[in-house]
Design a protein around this ligand. Sequence first.
Ligand SMILES: *Cc1c(COP(=O)(O)O)cnc(C)c1O
Length: 425
Amino acid sequence: MDHASLFKRAGKVIPGGVNSPVRAFNGVGGTPVFVESGKRQKIVTADGRTLTDYCCSWGAMILGHARSEVVAAVKNAAAHGSTFGIATPAEVDFAERLCSLVPGMDMVRAVNSGTEAVMTALRLARGVTGRNVILKFDGCYHGHSDTVLVKSGSGVLTMGASSSAGVTEGAVADTMVVPYNDLQAVEQAFAQCGDRIAAVIVEPVAGNMGLVPPSEGFLKGLRKVTTKHGALLICDEVINGFRFGFSSYSSLYAGVTPDLITLGKVIGGGLPLAAIGGKAKWMKRLAPTGPVYQAGTLSGNPVAVAAGLKTLDILAREQPYGRMAELGSALAVGISTIAAEHGVPVTCQSFNGVFTPFCTDLPVQDLADAKACSTKLYAKIFHGLLDRGIYIAPSQFECNFVSAAHTAKDVDEFLAKFDEVCATL
Ligand SMILES: *Cc1c(COP(=O)(O)O)cnc(C)c1O
């Protein structure tokens, strides 16, 4: 089936033809790809091509697609009933597993998406502090709940403006937005209205403006200033968690214990499953033990939990993180070197198997830097690679993901094709 006619059909019954905007290729132009199936690091498109996949469902498929043990666990769970609206033993296993693996996670609640996890974390932070203001960073994405659909206003310390129609001014009136990696701006915000700030929410490694690591001392600084002012620190690890190592980024690399942590993507093993967890004194304030309401018909359902638990089992057994990091850094170094040889302005930023080729000669440390990149050049690179059998993120402002199923041969192939593409630019 050709993609153009599929997209035409889709456009009549699905807004924009897609169920999540970035899939529509608005950032790179052209007809979106439709996937028929996936196995390991490869996807097969509806028009019969096989592509090497570096999207991996935005990192969720850390083991690669359709890993047989995960498929078997899902089949087995489904055969025994997929949801009851009644508690199940498997979700207790899942909660115990997460709490044992993530420092600072005394209790956890399962939800169905990262969006829900963050929405709950923000409500909980407001509920337990009795304060209204949430401070977030420009370019960090926290799902599509109203409070966090904001962009920065004109001044550094102005309240944000809503970044979506349908989000009321009231819904974002209490959201402050400051540049990522700018601890001074955070300290200034607290100096100005620290007694009104309920929480700071951050992606420890920013992954939704392309891959932007935290600068030295940034996360420790956030921990310090939030503690000082009685605000909660929420680490949104929906991408980060179990992606860079077998726990949270904040514990493994930043030496920071947040009050609340949100997890998603990897921990769901490819099914809709996410979680919010943290210190017991906060988590106990959720319903039914506390006054902060949260619920979900399908939350912690046995099928999703089976996929998540099996994925964690395999990650624990195989510990693929070192290998993924090596492949990722070989890609990043290769991409930057090859681009330089061709005089193409690309700087590839990466961390432990996650990478973004930024179309600029300069390092990217915040959203302003990312926005200065050439999206036109990125679109050419994207399509050049796609024509040659490689699928990277269809937007300059996203990450690419190496999975445990990728090989050194995939890296060599990527770099050879990237060299070809650069020669055409
Ligand atoms: C993907 C993502 C979300 C939203 O998760 P969904 O499951 O898409 O709702 C939230 N926060 C971060 C950091 C994410 O990367």
